[in-house]
Ligand binder design. Structure first.
Ligand code: UDP
Length: 472
């Protein structure tokens, strides 16, 4: 039998990144039967049940391997989860290198596609004489910022958060300094900022960058990037939106209960509140959200986690604490029948696909955002970390498919503001325009993924290139 064209994916130990790259690979092997994929995954602990569910549902044309876990015991006890990821990536590089060499010698390997957080892999492609791409699971706008970061570094002398005017990047809407991604909020003489710049420089080694967005959503940005091709900027391919379809069985224990509850609600009447795969909010803000939901009088379904100091929980599935105990006294009693609180995890795509959902209070993680888009659900933008504030700027100022509540001088969104924004979105005049905008974007997303749609055509061109190398 003729050997299939083989593509190696290199992912990172972050649930949302794995979910995104796997959806991309499923689409790739679905559309192009001559391609076989192997996904290499660095780890720092045993993969949790949600992660395993992702991998167990893959078709036979996608293989995967989990590399031996990296020992984190030498890191200080209180280290931020993002450092665990970076440490695991750097320590796993020799293992990844070996795995790629083995694949190269035993299969028809034509390309390596590595996640945007692990640009250190890009030179391995050159060494093995195969193509080397980045899969970028976020916006073209963030990609532009990354590619222009060394230029901005030369141009801007103050700390980014102190900038008086928004940053202007070709093809992008202006971004206020306070809404730039986390690494730009660190001290510019420090290690985090330095590593951010170094990682971004490595993007220039790529034979191309595959972005989980679609042309119609970020046309100006994508066009501006593509105009710079050949002038240093690698080829940029908008191939999304890739989001998980249909039901997923991970994690949730009372899935049927909240879906049954949704079945009893009117069309577009329920606000879904969730902060991504690990995001959580601090106690004072949690109280305000609870009171704001109550004050709004709107129905809600809230996925709740206990607060913690990092604002993120990485070991969902190993939970020990009941998050309901952090709710204000009597909240569950007062909102009975009107709202539902689901501890830790729910099947988000099933919820967003339910006709009763009329709005999504979303932390603007890129998977969640795209899931909102493909289901046509208007958003309340509640960014927490990473590049989410920048995504919120795109969704509110740029695409006008989200409302963003105002944060007070103590960094809290107050209950009255929350109630006002919820009512505006769910039943107000402003919400009507936002809903229509999201409906239009949903149609554009559907079209991008049709057989002759912009994203499918782009992915097909790439796949044809790879398969032609495979038979050479
Ligand atoms: N998710 C889910 N159930 C939850 C919370 C999150 O299925 O209770 C999924 C969600 O559908 C999305 C992913 O987890 O696909 C979160 O990814 P995103 O990029 O939005 O945010 P991150 O996890 O990176 O903060």
């Amino acid at each position: 039998m003729e050997a299939k064209t083989h593509i190696a994916l290199v992912s990172v130990p972050v649930y949302s990144h794995q979910r995104s790259i796997l959806e991309f690979s499923k689409q790739l092997v679905h559309l192009h039967k001559g391609i076989h994929v192997t996904c290499i995954n660095p780890t720092f602990s045993s993969p949790c049940c949600n992660t395993l569910a992702l991998f167990h549902s893959l078709p036979p044309t996608i293989d995967y391997m989990f590399l031996p876990p990296i020992n984190l015991e030498d890191l200080p006890h209180d280290t931020h989860p993002a450092v665990h990821v970076q440490f695991t990536i750097s320590q796993s590089l020799p293992l990844i290198h070996d795995a790629l060499k083995t694949l190269h010698s035993t299969s028809n390997l034509v390309a390596i596609i590595s996640d945007g957080l692990i640009t250190q892999v890009l030179p391995f492609g050159k060494e093995l004489n195969v193509l080397s791409y980045t899969y970028f699971p976020s916006t073209a706008m963030l990609l532009s910022l990354c590619l222009y970061s060394s230029m901005l570094d030369k141009k801007i002398s103050c700390e980014y958060k102190d900038l008086l005017d928004p940053i202007e990047i070709p093809g992008c809407i202006p971004i206020p300094g306070t809404d730039l991604p986390d690494p730009l909020h660190y001290d510019r003489s420090g290690e985090v900022y330095k590593q951010f710049l170094e990682a971004n420089e490595r993007f220039y080694l790529a034979d191309g960058i595959l972005v989980n967005t679609f042309y119609e959503m970020e046309a100006n940005t994508i066009r501006a990037l593509q105009q710079q091709e050949g002038r240093g900027i690698p080829s940029v391919f908008a191939i999304g939106p890739f989001v998980q379809k249909g039901s997923c069985t991970e994690g949730s224990t009372n899935e049927a209960e909240y879906l049954r509850w949704l079945d009893k609600q009117e069309q577009n009447s329920v606000l879904y509140v969730s902060f991504g795969s690990g995001g959580t909010i601090f106690q004072d803000q949690l109280n305000e959200i609870a009171c704001g939901l109550e004050l709004s009088g709107q129905k809600f379904l809230w996925v709740l986690r206990p607060p913690n100091k990092f604002g993120i929980i990485v070991d969902i599935g190993a939970e020990t604490e009941n998050p309901l105990k952090f709710l204000p006294n009597g909240f569950l009693h007062r909102t009975k029948g009107h709202g539902m609180v689901v501890p830790y995890w729910a099947s988000q795509v099933q919820i967003l696909g339910h006709g009763a959902i009329g709005g999504f209070l979303c932390h603007c993680g890129w998977n969640s955002t795209l899931e909102g888009v493909v289901h046509g659900i208007p958003l309340i933008a509640w960014p927490l970390f990473a590049e989410q504030k920048m995504n919120a700027v795109l969704l509110t100022n740029g695409l006008k498919v989200a409302l963003r509540p105002k944060v007070n001088e103590k960094g809290i969104v107050e209950r009255e503001e929350i109630a006002k924004v919820i009512k505006n979105l769910m039943v107000g005049e402003e919400g009507k325009g936002i809903r229509q905008g999201m409906e239009n974007l949903k149609v554009a997303a559907d079209n991008a993924l049709k057989e002759d749609g912009s994203s499918t055509r782009t992915l097909t061109q790439l796949a044809l290139k790879w398969t032609s190398l495979g038979v050479a």
